[in-house]
Ligand binder design. Structure first.
Ligand code: HEM
Length: 177
């Protein structure tokens, strides 16, 4: 245990604590926002009139997509810094329960990040673009492939959330070894 007169070790512990806190708070934002949108806001959107859901898409979804990009990026950034600070990539080993837990968690997190950044967010923004183009051309009916774009956006966002839930299970597990 670090004592108050062991300055170097204390500084190291404080940095680990700070990085862990920043990592967990970013993960809470990403996962919490994802759960709320995938399981509450998304299904509720389907019950709104086309005009209301169109307005919601154009005015709210771009900000939500940016929120996910920022919190996903921060979670990965602080996770990587925390890993580096705690001993580096050598911790990602398959020769201990801790290493397996962490390796599976980091792998799932990277897949969740790729699904979120390169599938879910672009599909959400595609649906927004469709409504914007409809409004710009003075139309009132979204294009025929609009429902499919929304469905794909919802499926990929839900997939990212499921991957994040699995990540959080292994990350929390790693904290017990
Ligand atoms: C590349 C991505 C990530 C890296 C490198 C990473 C790395 C780490 C590391 C090294 C720890 C400390 C484990 C220990 O206690 O020894 C940790 C803890 C944690 N991580 Fe991650 N992580 C990543 C992504 C995520 C994601 C996406 C989530 C959530 C959805 C998450 C949630 C957590 C939580 C809740 C803890 C605290 C566990 C505890 O101490 O009880 N991490 N992470």
């Amino acid at each position: 245990m670090a004592t108050l007169d062991d300055g170097g070790r204390l500084r190291e512990l404080l940095l680990t604590w700070l990085l862990a806190w920043l990592h967990v708070v970013s993960a809470i934002g990403w996962l919490g926002g994802g759960i709320l949108f995938a399981f509450v806001v998304g299904p509720a959107l389907a019950k709104l009139s086309p005009a209301s859901s169109g307005e919601f898409l154009v005015k709210v979804v771009p900000g939500v997509a940016r929120f996910f990009q920022v919190f996903a990026g921060l979670t990965i950034l602080f996770g990587a810094l925390l890993l580096y600070n705690m001993g580096g990539f050598g911790l990602l080993t398959l020769s201990s329960f801790y290493g397996v837990d962490l390796t599976v968690g980091v792998s799932l997190a990277i897949i969740a990040f790729l699904v979120s950044e390169f599938l879910a967010v672009p599909l959400q923004l595609k649906a927004v673009r469709m409504i914007r183009e409809m409004l710009a051309s003075g139309g009132h009916e979204p294009p025929a492939d609009f429902p499919r774009a929304v469905l794909h956006a919802r499926i990929t966002a839900t997939l990212a959330v499921v991957l994040l839930l699995a990540t959080s299970v292994t990350m929390v597990g790693a904290g017990f070894y």
